[in-house]
Design a binder for this molecule. Structure first.
Ligand code: KG4
Ligand code: ZN
Length: 358
C-alpha cells in the first residue's frame, strides 16, 4: 500500500511517501520520499511556537515539500501512484492542523483517493515500526510512554488501534519543561537537545550538583506526572543565584535532566509492575531522543527480561511524516472501513488517543 503522509500539527511541515506491506507486527516499510522543514529557527525569536506564524509557514512549505517528495519517489505530481493520503488531524495547534487537512483534502479530490485522519500521538507510537536496527516482531500488548513537547502519557496498547491512557501529566509536558528550563538558562528553542548536551557534558566530567531539585509525584500512588513544579523550582534556584556561571548552568541542566528522567522511569516501572501482560515497552515522542533517558530505560528493562524495549530511530523521535504514514497503515489494517468512508476531517487541538477508535 502506498501512502502519502502529511504532518503539520506544530512547527514542522513534513511530507512522506511510503510503501508498506505485511503484518502490523513486522511490516515491511519502504520510504520512497521524505521531506521536512522545521520552523524552529523562526519560532526561536519568540521563545515558543506561534499558531498563526506556523500556519503561514505550513501553507508556504507544503507545495514545495510535496513536489520534492514525489520527485524523490519518481512519481508525477498530476497522478502519482498513491493508494491513500494520511493527514494529522490532532492533537496540535488548530490553525496549523487545518493547513494539512485542507491540503490533503484537495489532493484526495484531485487524485480521487481516500484521505485518512491520523492522531499525532498514534503516529509517535508507531514511529517504532520503522527502525532499521531492530527488525524484530512487535508483540502486543504494549505499554507506550509518550514524551513530547505537548504530551506526557502512559498508554496501554491492547491491540492495534485500541489505546487506553493510564497516566498523564496534570500540567506541563516533560518536553515543555525542558524547553522552559532551557529558556531560563538562556538557551534557544527547542531547548531539550541543548539541556541534554550540557547535562551529558557535566556527567562526563563527573559533576555532582550541590543541590537537589524535586521529583514531582514520584511517590504518588498513581501513574500521573507533573512537571510545572520542577520548572518553578529551577526558577527559584536561578533567582537565588547571584550570577549564572557556565558551571552553575551545567549543574542545573544535569540535576533537571536527572529529576525529569527519574520520575519517568519510576512511573514506567510502576506501570510495568501493574501490567504484567505487557510484552513490549515503547518510548516515543521528541524527548525519547534524549540519550540519558534511553540509557535509563535500558537499565530499567533489565528488571523486566520478558519485555522488549522499542525506541524510534533518532530522526523519527521528533515530529515527521513517516510516523503519520505508519499510523495510517495501522488504522487501515485495524479498521479497513476507513478506506471506504468519506471522513469528515476536523482539526482537534486536544484530540485524545482514547477517542481515536473508529
Ligand atoms: O514530538 P515532538 O517533536 O513535538 C511534539 O509533538 O511536541 O517533541 C518536541 C519536544 C521539544 O520539547 C524538545 O525540546 C524535545 O522534544 N526534545 C528533547 C530532545 N530532543 C527533542 N528533549 C530532551 N532531550 C532531547 N534530546
Ligand atoms: Zn509530536
Amino acid at each position: 500500500m502506498k501512502i502519502l503522509a502529511i504532518e503539520t500539527s506544530c512547527d514542522e511541515t513534513a511530507v512522506a511517501l511510503l510503501e508498506i506491506s505485511g503484518a502490523l507486527e513486522t511490516p515491511e516499510v519502504k520510504v520512497l520520499g521524505n521531506t521536512l522543514l522545521s520552523q524552529a529557527q523562526l519560532h526561536e525569536e519568540f521563545g515558543g511556537v506561534y499558531p498563526n506564524l506556523a500556519k503561514r509557514e505550513h501553507i508556504k512549505n507544503l507545495p514545495p515539500l510535496l513536489a520534492e517528495t514525489l520527485k524523490q519517489a519518481g512519481e508525477t505530481p498530476e497522478q502519482p501512484n498513491v493508494d491513500l493520503i494520511a493527514v494529522t488531524t490532532g492533537p496540535g495547534l488548530e490553525p496549523a492542523l487545518w493547513t494539512g487537512i485542507t491540503f490533503a483534502e484537495k489532493l484526495g479530490k484531485d487524485w480521487g483517493k481516500p484521505v485518512v485522519a491520523v492522531n499525532h500521538m498514534e503516529g509517535h507510537i508507531w514511529s517504532v515500526l520503522y527502525n532499521q536496527e531492530t527488525n524484530s516482531t512487535l508483540t502486543l500488548p504494549a505499554l507506550a510512554l509518550l514524551v513530547s513537547g505537548g504530551h506526557t502519557e502512559l498508554v496501554m496498547v491492547n491491540d492495534f488501534g485500541h489505546y487506553e491512557i493510564i497516566g498523564r501529566t496534570l500540567d506541563d509536558a516533560v518536553g515543555e519543561a525542558f524547553d522552559k528550563v532551557a529558556r531560563m538558562l538562556g538557551l534557544t528553542y527547542p531547548g531539550g537537545p541543548k539541556i541534554s548536551k550540557l547535562a551529558e557534558e557535566a556527567r562526563a566530567k563527573g559533576t555532582t550538583p550541590n543541590f537537589t531539585l524535586p521529583r514531582p509525584m514520584i511517590h504518588s500512588h498513581d501513574l500521573n506526572f507533573s512537571y510545572s513544579g520542577l520548572k518553578t523550582a529551577v526558577l527559584y534556584k536561578l533567582k537565588a543565584q547571584e550570577s549564572l556561571t557556565e558551571e552553575f548552568k551545567s549543574e542545573v541542566a544535569l540535576e533537571f535532566e536527572n529529576a525529569a528522567v527519574e520520575v519517568l522511569v519510576k512511573k514506567a516501572e510502576q506501570a510495568l509492575e501493574a501490567h504484567s501482560e505487557v510484552k513490549t515497552f515503547i518510548v516515543a515522542g521528541g524527548v525519547s531522543a534524549n540519550r540519558y533517558l534511553k540509557r535509563s530505560f535500558e537499565n530499567l528493562l533489565e528488571k523486566f527480561p520478558e519485555v522488549s524495549l522499542r525506541f524510534p530511530s533518532p530522526e523519527l523521535s521528533t515530529d515527521n511524516a513517516i510516523m503519520i504514514g505508519l499510523a495510517a497503515y495501522v488504522r487501515t489494517q485495524a479498521f479497513p472501513e476507513v478506506l471506504n468512508r468519506a471522513e469528515n476531517l476536523i482539526a482537534k487541538g486536544n484530540l485524545s488517543l482514547d477517542s481515536s477508535k473508529v
